[in-house]
Design a protein around this ligand. Structure first.
Ligand SMILES: Nc1ncnc2c1ncn2[C@@H]1O[C@H](COP(=O)(O)OP(=O)(O)OP(=O)(O)O)[C@@H](O)[C@H]1O
Ligand SMILES: O=P(O)(O)OC[C@H]1O[C@H](OP(=O)(O)OP(=O)(O)O)[C@H](O)[C@@H]1O
Ligand SMILES: [Mg+2]
Length: 398
């Protein structure tokens, strides 16, 4: 049995600037004072030094800006779709080639990498920008201050990292982390056994929640099988629909969500400050993302309305809660030639309506005399300035 410290000292793993990501231990255990790794199989005295990244690389000397995108898995195609929807299509000639570009953004290289490697390479300075799940940033970034969240809600890849326990046996009446921690079953000799791929966030969370006797095991997938196989008592894993938990007779418990996750855009703070052109490209990508994502849940609604004046029509519209639009309605007179000359006969109104409110809005429009209602999708809403850009500049001290 080795403490984590011992493990790292004896395994000459050099993490090249990356903050101590653990060399996937096969078993971890928590004691009263610290979370310890118990190593059951490892070449602890390996003579080979594994250098994860170039330590003193000349990365800052390269002039190209590098964006890391997921090379495969759940996040890959949604990420490309988002960029395409923002008119930033990635030109990728060959799926086995890991480098590509975005013709709209000069001097930018796109590198396809596994999500966890995107985070590692941002920390090591080999990438400048990246798009991955927040869970991956938190697990592999481990709070590194050089990692900056540029956009924290790209609206896909939604899931949560959760602690789950069996519905049956000794857990039948356990419904919260507090109750789990208070169970008398867990002792130093017989700790709560937790299976997880999140070997940083898992132990941290359980320690913070007062679970003193915990042993962790790790696997690359199908963790939900571990309790039924008798390998673990609980798991910490990603959940989205909850089907996998349900099918394996497991349940989430109160206080057991470690993290709510979705796709995010991250950047290296050092690069943002030092690399020429990066701030401008980041601003452009951020503006396009924001404009697209804001427009996603809105429709443009155009309708005709009879009235005596634009003001009178505006008053009627603003009296309806669903019709105020983004900044208020746009109202234009529609002129017709009559006996007494050219007069405004009715008014055309244009408003933005949240998609969820569409039918209610149409009903309200009709109730105040609206007719000929046309509905079309919105592509972008560009605001004067994006709040996220201001926040980013603040984080950079600019
Ligand atoms: N139900 C889900 N299960 C796992 N990941 C999900 C789920 N829903 C969304 N995600 C997001 O997708 C990411 C994982 O995708 P995927 O498993 O394809 O990636 P990966 O890093 O290649 O995984 P691995 O290396 O284990 O194969 C997660 O980090 C998370 O942000
Ligand atoms: O709540 P759900 O919608 O059921 O999704 C959750 C499951 O999906 C993921 O597994 P994945 O499909 O990546 O398989 P793996 O765990 O074998 O990698 C995750 O690890 C869960 O097992
Ligand atoms: Mg997976």
């Amino acid at each position: 049995m080795f403490l984590l410290q011992t493990f790292i000292q004896q395994c000459p793993v050099v993490a090249g600037g990356f903050p101590q990501f653990p060399p996937t231990p096969s078993l971890l255990s928590s004691t009263k004072h610290s979370v310890n790794f118990t190593v059951s199989c490892c070449s602890v005295a390996s003579p080979v030094a594994v250098v994860n990244e170039n330590v003193d690389r000349k990365s800052i000397e390269r002039s190209e800006i590098r964006l890391g995108l997921p090379s495969k898995g759940r996040m890959a195609s949604d990420t490309l779709d988002l960029l395409k929807d923002c008119q930033l299509s990635v030109r990728h000639l060959n799926p086995r080639q890991y480098v590509a570009d975005i013709p709209q953004l000069a001097n930018l290289e796109v590198w396809f990498q596994r999500p966890k490697d995107i985070v590692r390479k941002l920390v090591s300075g080999d990438l400048d920008l990246g798009i991955v799940g927040l869970d991956t940033v938190s697990e592999y970034g481990q709070g590194n201050e050089d990692l900056i969240l540029v956009h924290d809600a790209l609206a896909y890849g939604d899931c949560r990292l959760s602690l789950a326990i069996p519905k049956y046996g000794i857990f039948e009446n356990i419904n919260s982390v507090k109750e789990l921690a208070q169970m008398s079953e867990w002792t130093a000799e017989k700790p709560l056994r937790v299976a997880t791929g999140f070997t940083y966030l898992g132990p941290k969370f359980l320690k913070e929640n007062g679970l003193q006797h915990v042993a962790f095991s790790t696997a690359d997938g199908a963790l939900e099988a571990a309790p039924a196989m008798g390998i673990a008592d609980a798991i910490v894993d990603l959940v989205s629909s909850g089907t996998t938990l349900k099918e394996n007779n497991l349940k989430e418990i109160e206080g057991g969500v470690l993290l709510e996750s979705q796709a995010v855009m991250i950047a290296s703070k050092k690069s943002l400050i030092q690399r020429k052109g990066l701030l401008d490209i980041t601003h452009e990508i951020l503006e396009r993302f924001e404009a697209h994502l804001r427009a996603l849940d809105q429709f443009t609604v155009v309708a005709n309305m009879r009235g005596n004046s634009a003001e009178e029509v505006a008053e009627r519209i603003l009296s309806q809660p669903s019709l105020s639009g983004l900044q208020g309605p746009t109202i234009s007179p529609v002129f017709r030639k009559g006996d007494g000359g050219v007069t405004p006969d009715y008014y055309a109104i244009v408003i933005c309506v949240p998609k969820k409110m569409l039918y209610k809005s149409v009903q309200q429009l009709r109730a105040i005399g609206g007719s000929g209602v046309l509905v079309s999708p919105l592509t972008y809403i560009f605001d004067e300035e994006t709040p996220r850009w201001r926040e980013l500049l603040l984080k950079l001290g600019l």
